[in-house]
Design a protein around this ligand. Sequence first.
Ligand SMILES: NC(=O)c1ccc[n+]([C@@H]2O[C@H](COP(=O)([O-])OP(=O)(O)OC[C@H]3O[C@@H](n4cnc5c(N)ncnc54)[C@H](O)[C@@H]3O)[C@@H](O)[C@H]2O)c1
Length: 448
Amino acid sequence: MAVAAAVKCDIRNPKLAPEGKQRILWADRDMPVLARIRERFAREKPLAGLRMAACLHVTAETANLMRTLQAGGADVVLCASNPLSTQDDVAASLVQDFGVPVFAIRGEDNDTYYQHIASALDHRPQLTMDDGADLVTSLVFVSLNRLDDVPARVRSWAASMDPAQRKALIDGIVGSLEETTTGVNRLRAMERDKVLPFPVIAVNDAQTKHFFDNRYGTGQSTLDGIIRATDLLLAGKKVVVCGYGWCGKGVAIRARGMGSFVIVTEVDPIRALEAAMDGFLVMPLDEAAPLGDVFITVTGNAHVLRREHFRRMHDGAILCNSGHFDIEIELPALKEEAQTVTPKVREHVDEYRMPDGRRLYVIGEGRLVNLAAAHGHPASVMDMSFATQALTSEYCLKNRGKLAAKVHDVPREIENTVATLKLASMGIRIDSLTEEQKKYMSGWEVGT
Ligand SMILES: NC(=O)c1ccc[n+]([C@@H]2O[C@H](COP(=O)([O-])OP(=O)(O)OC[C@H]3O[C@@H](n4cnc5c(N)ncnc54)[C@H](O)[C@@H]3O)[C@@H](O)[C@H]2O)c1
């Protein structure tokens, strides 16, 4: 399809489109729920004319979400939500084959990353989709005329508008959808600080998202990233998982399944107890530091692995992160501690040699290891997350002007629809309540 000339973009190489298309269609085979929604969207056009900007990992699965929104009539542009997660061939195919404007180049520097966010904002979106809230926070800062708080490229984009025009950027916004835990945390903080100007739907918090995507998706793809980057045999290794939330549980359980001894570190007593009763060793990170062969941070917090831990780790320890931002491993401190840093001793792996000769290895520059060193979540699990995103976009538009400017949950009916369609696609049938059971469950009279 010769659509590229008309489509705005900043991508690595349009010639990569054939490989990208192959991958998009391969992922589509495992995304039956999204495909059903796409068919309906194509008939009904529920998003007709809606300008959308999505800031998501530019992967084959995301491409299928873009196709779905487009089928629904949305005028959507896409930028990356992480400098290292873009699949350049997918970006090329989205532009060349599907006519979706994409601003994303794998390995882009921070300036380019924010230039791409500015390009997406320049689309004047009425609905935004984020994975980590970088797009929305940039938009809100600009609309508040707080230009000192935005990165340089967003500031220079905003400088072309006067204060009233910047304020007006949020006027037509129907709402915003957020895909990940860290983004939801940031948006709730904005709501608390009374700066959230439009409704946000916490897609991450839907059970059809975090029960499956965070647990099974991150669980599998994090280990996939570690294995691809290192060729490590996980059996018999001591794997330290920092954070036993939805993602951490998935990682820990899968590492155990591969034969690793898994140690969990936590700060939340309930989650720590859960890890202990799930059969993991739980201890402070300080005690785990000399034991671990592999360290995986997945907390959504900052500086979890720090200087004092690097000092106690043994020669050859491998460090990686699967939390949203690249701040869970305190890399500046590691650089200061190291005598030499050798980048790319293998693709995706940097070596930090300590003055005493110990070598520590960091995968993917401390960015999301499953996207930096592997292909992210399997399509089958993104099917549910992105089906939830697509239906929630429709819900937002249907309820335009009716939702308060706060963080909302995904409506239960959407979750039930997604789960029911997924079960059907897997050929699984379940029971339904009898009339007697319905009456019993809603009554109080019958007791012992
Ligand atoms: N890699 C991916 O593809 C992917 C997918 C989904 C979510 N995420 C990201 O992963 C992170 C975790 O998400 P989640 O859904 O598991 O969140 P969660 O809130 O369910 O779990 C985080 C856990 O980390 C613990 N924690 C916080 N600070 C800690 C510390 N200093 N030491 C040890 N534990 C600590 C918390 O107590 C909590 O139990 C977020 O940044 C999220 O955005 C990544």
